[in-house]
Design a protein around this ligand. Structure first.
Ligand code: ATP
Length: 259
């Protein structure tokens, strides 16, 4: 794929809930290998935007186009349900804040990872198990736990398992919704380190929603700041956080506790 072609192109996107604005006037490009953070206070439209970008919610106006593996730029609104599901199971990942939303809690850790591979046609039991074992190791879960269910895992382990389940198919684009939001602070740091290493090793493109500017600083190269459904500022993460131009961003940055 040409480095000159964006992976995702968003133009004049809006989502309304009745008379209420979810998000509006959103235009952006995501480039291959780029990590983009969407930040803003509660109710600013982050989740609405992420849902529209990941084809979970139909926009009220505007377009989201994705550069498919075959090179075609497709408007997500024109995908068939089968095409959309295939994208979600293969080329895309989605890491939820609550691991239970992205895992099957009553099947083993190994099966949680293997299942995504089966969806792309891998059938050989030995190879599925080997790949699952490799991925558990990559997310620092002891191989001896492969037959345990996620319901027997700690919160941090569950989140690492959810990450493994998402990455096993080598997606090109991973959406993340507050991936460390539900974890204890001490556990957050380890999951963040792991995410950062995996994103860089695999050259992933990521769109991450977070209200935590420290998470945005650690993971993202570019940031968009949302307020009342609109983008009020965007730019390179270090620039936006070190030299915020919009008064709202200045307020957000000022509210980070000094560490
Ligand atoms: N299903 C819905 N029905 C009606 N209004 C909604 C719905 N979902 C979101 N909204 C409204 O859209 C706006 C944006 O909400 P959204 O959940 O996208 O914000 P957010 O930035 O993700 O907030 P949080 O950080 O609290 O998750 C809010 O005014 C919200 O009340």
């Amino acid at each position: 794929m040409s480095a000159q072609t964006p992976l995702l192109t968003v133009r004049d996107l809006a989502k309304h809930y009745g008379g209420r604005i979810g998000c509006t006037d959103i235009s952006l490009d995501l480039w291959p290998g780029e990590v983009l953070a969407i930040v803003g206070e509660s109710g600013s439209g982050k989740t609405t935007l992420l849902s529209c970008l990941s084809a979970r919610l139909e926009p009220s106006a505007g377009s989201v186009r994705y550069h498919m593996r075959d090179g075609e730029m497709r408007n997500l609104a024109t995908l068939t349900e089968a095409e959309r599901r295939l994208l979600m199971r293969t080329d895309w990942g989605f890491v939820h804040q609550n691991p239970a939303d992205g895992l099957r809690m009553r099947v083993s850790a190994g099966a949680n990872v293997g299942e995504r591979l089966m969806a792309v046609g891998q059938r050989h039991y030995g190879r599925l198990r080997e790949a699952a074992g490799d991925w558990l190791a990559r997310v620092e879960i002891d191989a001896a736990r492969i037959d345990d269910r996620p319901s027997e895992f700690s919160g941090g382990m569950r989140q690492r398992l959810q990450i493994a389940r998402n990455l096993v198919t080598h997606p090109r684009l991973v959406f993340m919704d507050e991936p460390t939001g539900g974890l204890d602070v001490s556990v957050q740091a380890r999951v963040l380190d792991l995410l950062r290493a995996l994103v860089s090793d695999l050259g992933l493109s990521v769109i991450i929603v977070t209200h935590d500017l420290a998470v945005a600083r650690l993971l993202s190269q570019r940031i968009i700041v949302m307020k009342a459904g609109r983008i009020v500022e965007e730019g390179l993460t270090d620039r936006v956080l070190d030299d915020p131009h919009h008064p709202y961003t200045q307020l957000l940055v000022a509210s980070i506790p000094e560490s």
